[in-house]
Design a protein around this ligand. Structure first.
Ligand code: CS2
Length: 471
């Protein structure tokens, strides 16, 4: 992509490996295919400034290495024109969002980055950072940055804009809209009233489904890139060859021609997202926690275990698929088979620890909808319960300081001193941020959890093999 032609048009919040391997690649491909070069990305790092520091001396350039069968040769991606640290330079973030040249804000800030109150499903205005953003500090939360940027945009009449959430959340666009509106409405009414009406008239929030497995880059990956490239790329990312993006065509202003890069514009994003979350992400989490309980470092090691493959395939086919109205053009069985073969990619090195992180934010969306729907239909969510029990085991057996989860303190506080199936399952079922009262009180569900927890805890891998294959 000729760098001198690129004009900044997108602000992207959350410059992690996923954004670089997905959103930045798709945007560059769209510019190359359409010849419209108005979509340079200003990338914003959120909690840590590491990626901004890595990209700055490289002028925003970085490489993507595909791993696995069908991998394309290493490529240099040049769609990021500037990388800034949102923590150190919050004013620059709102200024960029307010710039008339910006017409799209994209975000990949992970589930926890939205600051959702799990009890109400809307913005957690008791969160310290949200409160400080509302009180007028230079904003640090993603929703604060977006809303303050839009407020500046409204003041300067810089024109309409589209906010595109690219995180694994059902109805991610509607959710982002709800959070931004909640932030705006919580401002003093002299500010809130004009802002809310401006938002209604000028900003849209399309739903999207994104898909690409992108592990954390390791030191070994950086060395391998250096051998091929002859240069050190501190911001290199590795990814599987597979790449998918389904977007609702609901834009308030100009946008890149992402369809020229293979994105699918659809009015049925909710169905695509449900399929992806309850099939792919649910089994990913299941393999992560089963793998963590049995000493398997990577997702491909976990899925190579026949019993775990059986459990995953069973959960997808018998428990999750029946809960999903598939979008047009998606063959459910073929999708499940493809997901399993993507997990088996031995070259990817996607760790069970990485996929298993932030479980409190993930299991409700990925597994509990399936559990609830099966229980309501009078069927037993045997495999989904295994995944939840494996998560419980992970929480209860990980030393407090090592649990990588924003609710680690709450989970640890709920846990009893003596940790057995009989004590851990009811203790964690009592966490209302994750399990609603109905699910927690469901006898059949808690019996299943206790059954699986006991097997994992007392019989390990052999017990799991035996129970999964013959139970
Ligand atoms: C994974 C996802 O880390 C996780 O929780 O399940 O990041 C997964 O790799 C992507 O959603 C695939 O598109």
């Amino acid at each position: 992509m000729p760098r001198d032609k690129l004009q900044p048009g997108i602000v992207h919040l959350g410059l992690g490996a996923f954004a670089r391997a997905h959103t930045a690649v798709m945007t560059e491909n769209a510019m190359l295919a359409s010849g419209d070069s108005d979509w340079g990305i200003t990338g914003v790092t959120q909690r840590s400034d590491t990626v901004a520091r890595q990209l700055a001396p490289q002028d925003g350039l970085f490489t993507v290495t595909e791993r696995g069968s069908g991998a394309a040769p290493l490529r240099i991606v040049s769609s990021i024109v500037e990388a800034i640290s949102g923590r150190d330079n919050p004013r620059a973030v709102t200024d960029h969002i307010a710039a008339p040249s910006t017409s799209v804000v994209t975000l990949t800030v992970t589930e926890k980055g939205y600051r959702i109150d799990p009890h109400t499903g809307t913005l957690n205005i008791n969160d310290d950072q949200v409160r400080a953003d509302l009180a007028g500090q230079a904003p640090q939360t993603s929703i604060g940055q977006i809303t303050r940027g839009l407020q500046a945009r409204a003041r300067t009449d810089a024109g309409p804009l589209t906010v595109v959430s690219c995180d694994n959340l059902p109805g991610n666009g509607e959710l982002t809209a709800r959070l931004v509106h909640a932030f705006a409405a919580a401002l003093p009414s002299a500010e809130a009233d004009p802002l809310v009406s401006w938002l209604d008239a000028n900003v849209t929030f399309p739903n999207t489904m994104v898909d690409r497995m992108v592990p954390a880059t390791t030191a070994g990956d950086l060395d391998a890139v250096e051998r091929v490239l002859g240069l050190r790329d501190e911001a290199a990312v590795v990814a599987e060859p597979f790449l998918q993006w389904v977007i609702e065509d609901n834009f308030a202003a100009r946008r890149p021609r992402w369809e020229d890069a293979g994105a699918l514009f659809s009015s049925d994003v909710a169905a695509w997202e449900a399929a992806k979350l309850r099939l792919l992400n649910a089994s990913h989490s299941m393999l992560a926690y089963l793998g963590l309980a049995t000493g398997k470092q990577t997702i491909s090691d976990a899925v190579r275990e026949d019993a775990f493959l059986t459990a995953c395939a069973g959960m997808m086919a018998r428990e999750a698929l029946p809960t999903i109205s598939l979008p047009q053009g998606l063959d459910g069985e073929a999708y499940c088979a493809q997901v399993l073969s993507r997990f088996a990619n031995p070259a990817l090195g996607h760790t069970t620890a990485k996929v298993g992180s932030d479980g409190s934010q993930k299991i409700g969306l990925r597994l509990l909808t399936t559990v609830r729907r099966n229980l309501d239909a009078g069927s037993e969510p045997r495999w989904a319960a295994l995944a939840v029990a494996a998560w419980m085991h992970h929480v209860a057996s990980t030393p407090a300081a090592d649990l990588n989860d924003p609710l680690a303190a709450e989970l640890q506080a709920a846990l009893p001193a003596t940790r057995t199936a009989a004590t851990v399952v009811p203790a964690l079922l009592g966490c209302r941020s994750i399990f609603d009262g109905g699910l927690a009180a469901h006898r059949g569900f808690s019996d299943l959890l206790t059954h699986w927890y006991r097997i994992i805890d007392t019989h390990g891998l052999d017990g799991l093999r035996n129970e999964i294959n013959h139970g």
